[in-house]
Each structure stands twice: as structure tokens, then as C-alpha cells.
Design a protein around this ligand. Structure first.
Ligand SMILES: [Mn+2]
Length: 317
């Protein structure tokens, strides 16, 4: 039976929306687009959107100020929608989900194939949750703001229409969306490409210190607390560092680790070919992710973490 968003929401007086912890562009775009659309579809309903604080580069996206970031107590929701994830990764919003009368789960993660709501609409082949939502929308209700938010989600999860999850339909929808007339070059620059001066200088140093291994197929960049302190860099300034490393000719696997807390390192892994499955590498550390993008954590020294990561990677070469 086809999923129909409108009929799932019919008669609901209180509707809530959330996504995952550490919300990314698709999560933020999806949740806000869903919020704006439901406001138009059912203006008499109380609709609210809850997410952790989005990164500062999302400050000027449409309806940014509608996101409730402190997860206050609320009466039970009639319908609660989980976008772009399963209920395990919703963080503080889980309390709304557990008490909701009905939970809808709209997602594109293959790891959430069966969904974790009472009604699920999970399409793993889709570029983004935002693209799935766009397909569910009555186009007569889509306006410039909704179009911009959907576009934001698609752009972020496709790496600006570059990753292999970009289908011909994704491109067609991208064309339909920019026809609404929002400033898409500005949106892409500010939310996807821009880095602060501190971030650029910090990541330049990471690149200067980076080393290659395994006949230069693997590149490793490391930022410990001492290096982060030199630049006054925070966790946010590590965003994009692993992609910078990955964009090195001849490299098929990029590793970036930074010291999250004293002695606790967070690793990000990227593969640009199918030779190295980074999900398998991350899983050996208790982490996980996708074949070409994964993450893990390690308590110990940075040297030991790099040694162990390289050992796991070499098993696949
Ligand atoms: Mn997504």
C-alpha cells in the first residue's frame, strides 16, 4: 500500500518532527521542509520541529528559527515523524516518540530498511530523505522556502549532485527546485563549501602534517588536542577535513582522527573506490557506517589508533 503523508496526518491535532543527533544538511532540510509543508497542509494543527542546534553555517536557511533545540516537555503528540534516521539516533527527542500515538519514519538509510515507526516509508536507493519527502508532496503546496529546504537536503547528501546516489530523477528534481528562484549558489556556498578562517588554517596544518601509507593509497591526518589548541579549533572545525584528505590524487582511502576528549580519538574514514570497505575497518573498532564513509572511536594514543587502523586497512589490500 502506497504511503500517503496527508492521510497519515489527517485529524492529528499535535504533530512533531525530528531527525538525528548532530543534524546534517539532509536532516535539517528534511525536517524543516516537512514542517513548512505540514503547516500549509494542516494549518489548524500544532506542528513543531525538534533538533539539536544546527551548525552556524545553517544560520540563514528558511525557517531556521522554528527549530526547537532545547527539547522541552510537551503533551503527547498525535503523530510524530522521524526523518532521515531510526528512533535509536533521535537523542533527546525519544521522549516525544515514546509517548506519541503514532510514529511515522521516513528515511533512506539501508541500515533502517524496515523502519522503526508504526508506519514506515524507507527507500534506501534514494539520494536523500529530502528527495523522498519531495516525492510525497502535493506540488501545488510547494513554495520557494520548501523548495530551498528540499534542495538543501539533496545537495548535502549527494555532495552537490556528485555522489553515486544521484539519479537522473534527482537531477530533474534539482532542476524543478531551482526554478522556484531561491539563491542556490549562495545556499551551496554557505552551507556546503564555506569554512571559517580558523578552520581553513587548521585544516591546512592537518594536510601539511598528513602522511601516506600502503604505496600512497592511504592518507592519514591527525589533530590532537595540542594542535587544536594552537588554532583555537573546536570539533566543528574538523568538518570537511577528511574530504580534503580524500581529494588527493592516488589516494583510495583517507583517514582523519582528532582528539574528542583527552585520550579519546574520533576517526573518520573515506574510500574513493571499492577496494577498501571502510565500514569493515570502522566495525573492527566498534564503529560503523557505509562502504565508502564510516567512523569509529578509540581510547588510547593517536599512534596506536593509526597503527591499528592501518593494520585493518592492510588486511583488505
Ligand atoms: Mn540523509
Amino acid at each position: 500500500m502506497a504511503f500517503d503523508l496527508k492521510s497519515e496526518l489527517e485529524g492529528a491535532g499535535r504533530i512533531g518532527i525530528t531527525g538525528h543527533i548532530k543534524p546534517d544538511g539532509d536532516c535539517i532540510g528534511s525536517c524543516l521542509a516537512c514542517f513548512c509543508y505540514i503547516k500549509k497542509l494542516f494549518p489548524e494543527a500544532v506542528t513543531e520541529v525538534f533538533l539539536e542546534e544546527p551548525g552556524h553555517f545553517f544560520a540563514s536557511i528558511p525557517e531556521r528559527d522554528k527549530i526547537i533545540t532545547d527539547f522541552p516537555d510537551r503533551p503527547e503528540f498525535d503523530v510524530f515523524i522521524i526523518c532521515d534516521t531510526n528512533r535509536e539516533r533521535t537523542g533527546a527527542a525519544i521522549k516525544y516518540i515514546e509517548s506519541a500515538h503514532k510514529v511515522l519514519n521516513i528515511d533512506h538509510h539501508i541500515s533502517n530498511m524496515n523502519g522503526s515507526g508504526d508506519v514506515n516509508h524507507v527507500i534506501p536507493g534514494m539520494s536523500s530523505c529530502a528527495e523522498i519527502l519531495y516525492d510525497l508532496m502535493d506540488k501545488a503546496l510547494v513554495d520557494k522556502e520548501i523548495a530551498e529546504l528540499i534542495y538543501l537536503g539533496i545537495v548535502h547528501d549527494t555532495g552537490v549532485f556528485r555522489f553515486s546516489n544521484t539519479s537522473p530523477e534527482t537531477m530533474k528534481k534539482g532542476g524543478e527546485l531551482i526554478a522556484y528562484g531561491f539563491d542556490f549558489p549562495m545556499l551551496i556556498d554557505t552551507t556546503f563549501y564555506l569554512k571559517t578562517f580558523v578552520q581553513n588554517r587548521f585544516q591546512a596544518q592537518i594536510m601539511l602534517d598528513a602522511k601516506r601509507y600502503c604505496d600512497d593509497l592511504v592518507i592519514v591526518g591527525v589533530a590532537d588536542k595540542a594542535l587544536m589548541n594552537v588554532f583555537g579549533a573546536t570539533k566543528d572545525d574538523t568538518d570537511g577535513a577528511v574530504n580534503g584528505l580524500r581529494n588527493t590524487a592516488g589516494v583510495e582511502c583517507a583517514v582523519f582522527i582528532y582528539e574528542k576528549e583527552d585520550g579519546l580519538f574520533k576517526g573518520s574514514l573515506r574510500a574513493s573506490t571499492d577496494r577498501i570497505n571502510v565500514a569493515v575497518v570502522a566495525e573492527s573498532f566498534g564503529g560503523g557506517g557505509h562502504v565508502r564513509a564510516a567512523g569509529c572511536e578509540y581510547r588510547g594514543t593517536k599512534e596506536d589508533m593509526v597503527d591499528k587502523l592501518l593494520k585493518e586497512i592492510k588486511k583488505q589490500l
